[in-house]
Design a protein around this ligand. Sequence first.
Ligand code: SF4
Ligand code: MG
Length: 336
Amino acid sequence: AGRILQIRDLTTGFVTEKGIVKATDKVSLQLEKGQTLCLVGESGSGKSVTALSIMRLIDYAGGMVLEGSIEFHGKDLAQIGQDELRKIRGDKIAMIFQDPMSALNPVFTIGDQIAESLRLHRGLSDSAAWKEAVELLRLVGIPDPALRAKQYSHELSGGMCQRVVIAIALACRPDLLIADEPTTALDVTVQAQILDLLRNLKDELGMSIILITHDMGVAAEMADRIAVMYAGVIVEEGTVQEIFNNPSHPYTVGLLQSIPGLDGDRGKELFTIQGSIPGLGQIPTGCRFHPRCPHAMDICRSQEPSDYWITQDHRAACWLFEDNKVNKSNQRKVKG
Ligand code: SF4
Ligand code: MG
């Protein structure tokens, strides 16, 4: 395999009237070739900002990378200029968002939009680009692709439009696809079809995927690894099996208990984590989760926990695991 992405201590912020407010704080993540990493958490947890920072699109949203590195194929995206970044964005990293309609241009046919991307990024001629556009529509499972290519986005359903957006993203043959809540706007059946499509394309094309979702059910189906974010930090990270079989951070435990029907106990009232996620610039002292945590201790209110190992390959930032055997036997630093 090989590592495609290594993020270390990524701290980002936005300029406000009151000065710079941090949006993510020392986020460290890694992604192997051909794998899917799911970033999960409630909205406002910093998932989208993390994704935008990888492509440095945060620069256009009034934000900036304050600290840390984003090594992609060994190159630090935090350090390079916008010209070089634009090339990487078009060539190696593609991003898709929640609302497919806003990503499509209503005045061009969908075939033209895909062909345009192919001319731009792969230098294809007009006729070759059109042929390849139809091929891509076929690849993403659109029936009668030659006919559909001549249609406009308003003639297609939401699910079909998201397939088109995926086709456009694939036009540059990305090594990394970042998908921010790509199925949230779609109904359940279509959602399952799009997730299937992403999984198949990943296997077929050998891409890596960062999938952002607030839905633990989606993460369960898609992820190789899961990183749980809360208030701008990663509170727990591990393999999908570890996160679901051995959830350790109280926030992750709360998220899992909020999934309807997961334990088959339909009559049971859904657990909801009390309180709400703090806003930017209102981060609590100590552990950011302490105002909502059922296990909060004195130390939690004053000191931010470090990452502790749950197993050799599973970490949680929570004081409850300070004395965990794995940490005592394993002195190496978590973030590496
Ligand atoms: Fe709860 Fe303390 Fe762990 Fe934070 S560090 S999640 S407050 S037990
Ligand atoms: Mg978001």
